[in-house]
Every structure is written in structure tokens, then in C-alpha cells.
Design a protein around this ligand. Sequence first.
Ligand code: PGA
Length: 252
Amino acid sequence: MRSKIVAGNWKMNKTLSESKDLVKEIKKSIKGIKLENTRVIIAPTYVNLQKVSKSTKKSAIEVAAQNMHQADSGAFTGEISAEMLKSVGVGIVILGHSERREYFGETDALLAQKVDQALKNKLEIIFCFGEVLDDRKNENHFKVVESQIKNALFHLDASDWKYLVLAYEPVWAIGTGETASPEQAQEMHAFIRNLVASKYNSAIADNVSILYGGSVKPANAKEIFSKEDVDGGLIGGAALNADDFSALIEAI
Ligand code: PGA
């Protein structure tokens, strides 16, 4: 059975002491919640990964990195390798976030390399993709999502898919306060699951968790998460506040 997941992407927010405080608050506020088949993941900035992964060790909270370089090591100033992430206790990496694609020029081809590198190091991947507003307006959204998934993931072996979590994040909904409707999310998630089933098989498609991301808040989470093919959320803004974040976990 695929897991439900609530993952918080902290982006470039929270200093070390703020991160420690937020972890403490999240731990406290999720204490009473029964996490049946539900995973809670947080992705702080690189420099705070080690401290946060240490402080969450005995809790249900898992820690992810927001990005990673595709090479083993070498002269890549400012970059972080898969091995480095593992060495500080991180077992999950977010790849393909629309902000990485838009502001840092990450292409499907580059992301395919990053995916391979993460798998080589046995890191679990939360792989993000999604259309921009023009694609949606022009009814190109299925085509765009299909090509993003095909280009970065369809060279993988069936056995690699146990390391993958998919995150559909329509770019027009990220940080804008506008969400896809629960029906739009379900429609796309079902499309993605069918795509995976037709390339691989239905067992792989049934087992992969598909998260929705884009302005998920306590007020709209329940409805979105109740959809059959929506297995949770990748959360930006609302993950920076322990009450909101735990409300999302409760919603699932
Ligand atoms: P948001 O961000 O929840 O602030 O829209 C989502 C994301 O970027 O993953």
C-alpha cells in the first residue's frame, strides 16, 4: 500500500535557531496525531540539515534536502553531493522543483542525471513537475507533465521506482494562494498514475505516492487530500508554521 505523505519544503527560510524552534514545535504539535501509514518529511536548507536530522532522529519526522548535484564530487563551487547528504543523515532529496527549473535553469536532461545520481546513492527522491499557467490555459498541461515525467524518469528500471515519490505542482499555484481544484488535482494525478502503469505496470503505479503541491493550506487540504489519487502534499508556506503544518497532517 502506498504511503500518505506530508512534506514541508522550507525553501530559503529559517536560520539555525529558527529551524530548531520549528522542529521542536512540530514535534510537540504532532504528538497527539496518529500517523497511520503517513510519513512526515521536512526539508530545511542545506546548512541546517545536520542539526535538524539529529534533532528528529527519535521522532516520526524524516528529513529531506531541497536539491543535490549530479556529480560524485569535484570542482563544483557551492554545490552539494549525494554522498554529503547521506553523511549527515539525510536519506531523501527533492529534485525538479519549479523554482530550481525556473531560477537555476534545471532542465529535464539535467534532472535525469540528478535522479540517476540520487538512485546510485540510494537516496529516495521526491520528484517535482508541473505546468505553467500558459500551458494550462492552452490545455497543454497533460502534454507538459507527460514529457517532464518521461524525460526525467522513464529511463529507470522498474526496481528503481520504490525510491520515487512524485509531486505534481502546477507552477501557477505555487506561493500564489491559488490552488488547483480538488477535481483538477485528481484528474492530473489519475493521468500520471495511468502513464506510469502504461510504461511499467499497475503494481508500480499503485504503489507510487503522488503528492499535490501549490498553496495547500489548512483550509483547503482536507478536500484535496480526500481525492483518491492524491496521496498527500508538498507544502511551502504552510510548512513554516507548526500549527498549520500539523493541521495538514491531521487533515490527511
Ligand atoms: P506553497 O509552495 O505551498 O507555498 O505554494 C509549494 C511548493 O513550492 O512546494
